[in-house]
Design a protein around this ligand. Structure first.
Ligand SMILES: *[C@@H]1O[C@H](CO)[C@@H](O)[C@H](O)[C@H]1NC(C)=O
Ligand SMILES: *[C@@H]1O[C@H](CO)[C@@H](O)[C@H](O)[C@H]1NC(C)=O
Ligand SMILES: *[C@@H]1O[C@H](CO)[C@@H](O)[C@H](O)[C@H]1NC(C)=O
Ligand SMILES: CC(=O)N[C@H]1CO[C@H](CO)[C@@H](O)[C@@H]1O
Ligand SMILES: [Ca+2]
Ligand SMILES: [Ca+2]
Length: 605
């Protein structure tokens, strides 16, 4: 029942909002990033090519075909740069080199080349807020080398009543405990909003900004299609280092203990984002090629998030300020009304020039199947892929992977969880359950690695839940036909379900086609969904023998037997009420300002 509700809102939404009309008149003037799926790869857990139990770049290259088949045309990689791995790559010691266990710069160049051959774009993670404490910049700053003295946020500390030196204020790190660490060599505290191994850069120093600009230029010149900007809302802190007020929540070590009004979402942050957008735009002006994109990660209130799109005066910012509200504001108990208002809220706040985006998962949050229930995973995937705008998903969600909650303390790697110690409830905090290796097939380690032990254990459910199994089920029913050079039609026969027919006119001319070429169809078909430019509306009944198509038409039909027709027509008129878990096996469509994009979804078992 819940899935039915989900689909109803999805359908109403896609059909009834202004988003179905392209504001600029055509569907072809959409830029590549406006009609794509961004698929996040967590490189450590995606595919291991050399049997050391850790995923790597060559592994990713070997699995690009999966992305292609899944309809993914842009992928963003969690950090692959040199790092002591205190926070699994989010502590970078060299922003322009590749971590040995992931490969080499040559491997990265090969990845870009191979991906581009398949029409897949590579986006890298950009972590500007902090470096590793093993970064050369930090080492130089510790030594107060000229030019680097103020690269980080240093402070003498304050003398307490006990006569001892204490941190300069009460700020707490996202990973708990004081956000300040004493550095003996320099004899000062440094700020770290994350682990002590991740000192915050001082963005009030123009040299820091320039150094980060260079990092962006470097990777652009290597052919990346853009950047996913990490933890952007933590970029600035107030200059006078005022104490933050208490929130009223318990546990004075926990991040929630304080209201983060002086360390998060500061107005200066936005200027940096607008500055980087200009850098990307200038890069394109000077070098041509596809538009480089910026995707920003900020968990913040909605007005703050919207400012990442553009300034009050229309200065452009990130094309994709991640919309985390499907993650943060919905859960197991959410119903159709909750989803609908959540979706509408984003649209209501978004600037008219913006493109909506929908994020369902990442390497920090429990998996969709674990958050909403495994039986709703398909419904949520369908929602994600059919909402207007950009879908952002995390590797493994396409097969409905679930969190592996039984990782022991000994096996736990996440620093945020390890600091709790054995006795504490590290499981509540750990991000490892969502980071287990991708489940490719039912062979050893789910086909991820030939190693005896993998860096995180493979979920034991892999024998039943894996891509190969889902694909073999999926493939058996595909039948396609190019009826004319312009018109692609295919039908999907699903066990125990009605048959679905997809018709796409790729051309700009009108056509009249005879769908009976597909074989085994009834004389009449019912329109289940149609693009905004179509003359058809859901619930319309057409003759299979002569189907009129307008230019660039795209229609999804449902085949019904004559005696079921009235009953089903009524249903379809209301919504695609029966599009439930099993029907996700069909190729689903993304309704985007009138353009359809087929995306292959694998059914979770
Ligand atoms: C934090 O709480 C603990 C336990 O309640 C207490 O002992 C400690 O003094 C508190 N620390 C601060 C800085 O308030
Ligand atoms: C959103 O956050 C910003 C920055 O912290 C704050 O100034 C603003 O008042 C907040 N708005 C709402 C509606 O809470
Ligand atoms: C929907 O899914 C259920 C099981 O999840 C299945 O029994 C049913 O046949 C499916 N189809 C329809 C049309 O409800
Ligand atoms: C979702 C995400 O990327 N989270 C990252 C935010 O930044 C911190 C520190 O760099 C990481 O630990 C998180 O994984
Ligand atoms: Ca490896
Ligand atoms: Ca900062």
């Amino acid at each position: 029942m819940k899935q039915k509700q989900l689909v109803i809102i999805l359908f109403l939404f896609t059909v009834n909002t202004g988003w179905c009309q392209a504001p600029n008149g055509g569907k072809n003037d959409l830029d590549w990033w406006q009609k794509t799926i961004f698929y996040q790869i967590y490189p450590r857990s995606f595919m291991d090519s050399d049997g050391d139990g850790i995923g790597d770049l060559k592994g990713i290259i070997s699995k690009l075909g999966h992305l292609k088949e899944s309809g993914v045309d842009a992928t963003w990689l969690s950090p692959i740069f040199k790092s002591p791995m205190v926070d699994f790559g989010y502590d970078i010691s060299d922003f322009t080199d590749i971590q040995d266990e992931y490969g080499t710069r040559e491997d990265f160049e090969a990845l870009i080349k191979e991906a581009n051959k398949l029409g897949i774009k590579i986006i890298v993670d950009f972590v500007p807020n902090h470096t590793s404490d093993e970064c050369e910049w930090f080492k130089k700053s510790v030594k107060r080398e000229p030019g680097y003295e103020d690269f980080y946020v240093w402070h003498d500390g304050r003398k307490g009543a006990d006569g001892k030196i204490h941190p300069p204020n009460n700020w707490i790190s996202v990973f708990e405990g004081s956000a300040w660490e004493w550095n003996k060599e320099r004899g000062q505290y440094y700020l770290h909003q994350f682990t002590a191994g991740q000192p915050d850069l001082n963005f009030r120093n123009p040299k820091v900004l320039a150094a980060m600009d260079d990092v962006l230029q470097f990777w652009l010149s290597k052919g990346v299609a853009g950047f996913r900007v990490d933890a952007i809302c933590h970029l600035f802190e107030v200059e006078d280092l005022r104490d933050e007020p208490e929130s009223g929540k318990p546990n004075n070590q926990s991040y929630e203990f304080l209201e983060h009004i002086y360390t998060k979402d500061l107005p200066e942050t936005y200027d940096v984002v607008y500055h980087w957008r200009k850098l990307l735009d200038n890069y394109k002006k000077e070098n041509g090629g596809d538009t480089p994109v910026m995707l920003t990660e900020a968990y913040a209130n909605i007005s703050s998030v919207m400012d990442y799109y553009e300034s009050k005066d229309g200065v452009q910012g990130a094309q994709v300020p991640f919309n985390f509200y499907l993650i943060s504001d919905l859960n197991m108990n959410s119903d159709a009304r909750d989803f609908l208002s959540n979706i509408q809220r984003w649209i209501s706040y978004m600037p008219v020039t913006g493109t909506p985006n929908w994020v369902l998962g990442n390497h920090d949050r429990p998996r969709v199947a674990s958050r909403f229930g495994p039986e709703r995973a398909d419904g949520l995937n369908l929602l994600l892929l059919t909402l207007p705008g950009i879908a952002v998903t995390y590797n493994g969600e396409e097969i409905g992977m679930v969190d592996y909650r039984d990782i022991t303390y000994d096996e736990t790697k996440d620093p945020a969880a390890r600091r709790f110690g054995f006795s504490e409830d590290f499981k509540e905090i750990s991000r490892d359950p969502v980071r287990t290796p991708f489940q490719w097939d039912d062979t050893k380690n789910a086909g991820f690695s030939t190693a005896e032990t993998t860096w995180l254990p493979v979920h034991p459910n892999y024998e039943n839940l894996n891509l190969a199994k889902q694909k073999s089920a999926e493939r058996s029913t595909f039948f396609g036909l190019a009826i004319t050079r312009d018109v692609l039609a295919f039908k999907r026969e699903l066990k125990g379900e009605d048959t679905f027919v997809t018709v796409i006119n790729f051309g700009s001319q009108e056509h009249t086609v005879d769908l009976r070429y597909l074989g085994g169809l009834p004389d009449t078909l019912i329109v289940a969904a149609a693009g905004s430019g179509s003359i058809y509306r859901e619930g319309d009944i057409v003759e299979a023998v002569s189907l009129k198509l307008s230019s660039h038409d795209s229609i999804l039909f449902r085949c019904i037997t004559v005696n079921k027709r009235e009953e089903t027509a009524q249903l379809v008129r209301t919504a695609l009420t029966v599009l439930n878990a099993s029907i996700v096996l069909i190729i689903v469509y993304r309704f985007y300002r009138g353009s359809f994009k087929p995306n292959l979804l694998y059914k979770s078992v």
